[in-house]
Write a protein that binds this ligand. Sequence first.
Ligand SMILES: *[C@@H]1O[C@H](CO)[C@@H](O)[C@H](O)[C@H]1NC(C)=O
Ligand SMILES: *[C@@H]1O[C@H](CO)[C@@H](O)[C@H](O)[C@H]1NC(C)=O
Ligand SMILES: *[C@@H]1O[C@H](CO)[C@@H](O)[C@H](O)[C@H]1NC(C)=O
Length: 471
Amino acid sequence: MKKGRASKAAAIATILFCLLLLWFHTMSLSSTSRINNITATTTTVFPTKISREKTRVAMQTVKSQNSQPMPRAQQEQLPLTSQISCNRTYLRYDLCSIDGPTVLDPTTSTFFMVAPTSTVQVEKIKPYPRKYEDYIMAQIKELSLTSGPPSPPCKIQHDAPALVFSAGGYTGNFFHDFNDGFLPLFITASSIFPNRDFIMVVSQARDWWPSKYADLLKVFSEHPIVTLEKDSATHCFPSATLGLMSHGFMTIDQTLIPSSKTLMHFRHLLEKAYDGSRSLVSSPHHCPNSLSRPRLILVSRRHNVARTIMNQEEVIQVMKEIGFDVIVFEPRRDTSLDESYALINSSHAMVGVHGAGLTHALFLRPRSVFIQVVPIGVDWAADVFFGRVARGLNLEYIEYKIGVEESSLVKKYGKDNMLLKDPYALQKKGWPIEIMDIYLKEQNVKLDLLKFRKSLEGAYHMAKKFMHRAR
Ligand SMILES: *[C@@H]1O[C@H](CO)[C@@H](O)[C@H](O)[C@H]1NC(C)=O
Ligand SMILES: *[C@@H]1O[C@H](CO)[C@@H](O)[C@H](O)[C@H]1NC(C)=O
Ligand SMILES: *[C@@H]1O[C@H](CO)[C@@H](O)[C@H](O)[C@H]1NC(C)=O
C-alpha cells in the first residue's frame, strides 16, 4: 500500500534470521525438555454447600475464619485446596497458576496468593512461548507467584480469572504477533477457559500494541486488558493462569486442544474481529474489471532490506496479462488490520516472497490461491511458517522455489558456490550467523518470467474457479 521504513525492514530481517537460527536450537533441544515439578499445597476445609466462587470471596474478606475450627456437622466436606503450581515439562512454554484468589501488584509484577499458607512458596515465570530460545527469553520480563508475605489490599476487584502473558520479545513483527501471540493465546484460551470469561493481563506491551490489535483482543475477552507496566493499582482475581501454550510454529494441533479446534477456527475468530460491516474497502463488485478478473494481492517487500522482487514491475505486467486484477500490498506496522483483512478476504490469490508479510495469508478465504516465492536456503522456514498456514486453511498453495539463476547471490558468489549449489549440506553442519545473513539479508530475487508465468497461469485457473464458487 504505502512505503515501508528501512529501519523496520532491518528489524524484520534480523528477526527472521534469528528464527531460522533457533530452529537448530529447537532441533537439538527437543530430546531434553526440562522437568521441574514443584507444587505446594495448602488445604482449607469449607462447608460443601457453599460454592467454590463464593468460598473464595469469603476467604478474601474474612480470612480469620479459616483458622476457626468448623462445627462438627459441617465437617463432611470437600477439602478446598488452593495452590500455586507450575508445569515446566513442556518444550515451548511454562504454565503456572494460582487456583484460588490472588492479588496482583503491578509494581512488583507479583501475584500474591490470598489464602494463608504454612510454608512460603515462590515461583517465577516468563510467560512467552519460546522457552527454548535463550536469546529472546532474556528479554522477557519475569513474573512472580507467591504464597507469602500476605497479599497487599485489593484496589480493583475482578470477578473473572486472569490470563497473563508477555507481548514483548519479538512482538512487533507481524509474523511473531501471531506465531508467538495470538495463536498461542487462542490455544490457551480454548484449553483453559473454554466458554469462560477471562481477563488478559499483558506485560511488556508496546504503546501501539493494544490499539493495533484492539478488535482482535476484544473477541477473546470483552474486558479491557490490564497492562502491567502502565498500572500501579492492585488487581484481584478469583484465580490466575500465567503463560501461553504453543503447539509449534503456526500450528494448532487439534489432538491437543478441547473441541478439536484448528486453524480454521482461528480464522473464524479473525472474521469476527474484522467484521466487514465497518470497513470502507471496496469489495470486488465495486471495481468494473473485477467482475471477471480474479483479484491478486502482491505482498511487496520493496522497502525491506532484502528478499525483494528486483523485477517487480515486469512481474506485475505478466500478472495483468494473464488476467489478474493486481493490487500491490506493502503492509506497515500502522496499516489498519480492518482494511488489510477486508482487502485480502475479498481477494482470490496472494503472492509474495518468504517474509513476515505472508502472515497475511491467515486473512485469505479457504480455497483461495497462495504462492510463496522461496529464495535459496529458506526452504524449511518457508514450509513451517507459511506452508502450514496454507494447509491449515485449505488454500490452493504453490511453493515457487527459485532457481539459482533467479537469486541475486549468483552475481556475488558465483553459481558454483556451495551456498547456492547445496544450502542443505551447509545446514547440516549448522549455519553460522554470517551464512544465515547471506540468505536472509543479502538475497533478492529476479524472477524468471517464463518460468514464473507458468505458476501464475496455474494460479489463475484456480483463482478463477474459486471466484465462481465464491460468488
Ligand atoms: C509431580 O509431582 C507429583 C507429586 O509428587 C507426581 O505425582 C507427579 O508425577 C510429578 N510430575 C512430574 C511431571 O514429575
Ligand atoms: C504437566 O503437563 C503434562 C502434560 O499435560 C502432564 O502430563 C503432567 O502431569 C503435568 N505435570 C504437572 C506437574 O502438573
Ligand atoms: C469475508 O468474505 C466473506 C465471503 O465473501 C464475507 O461474507 C465476509 O463478510 C467477509 N468479511 C469481512 C470482514 O470483510
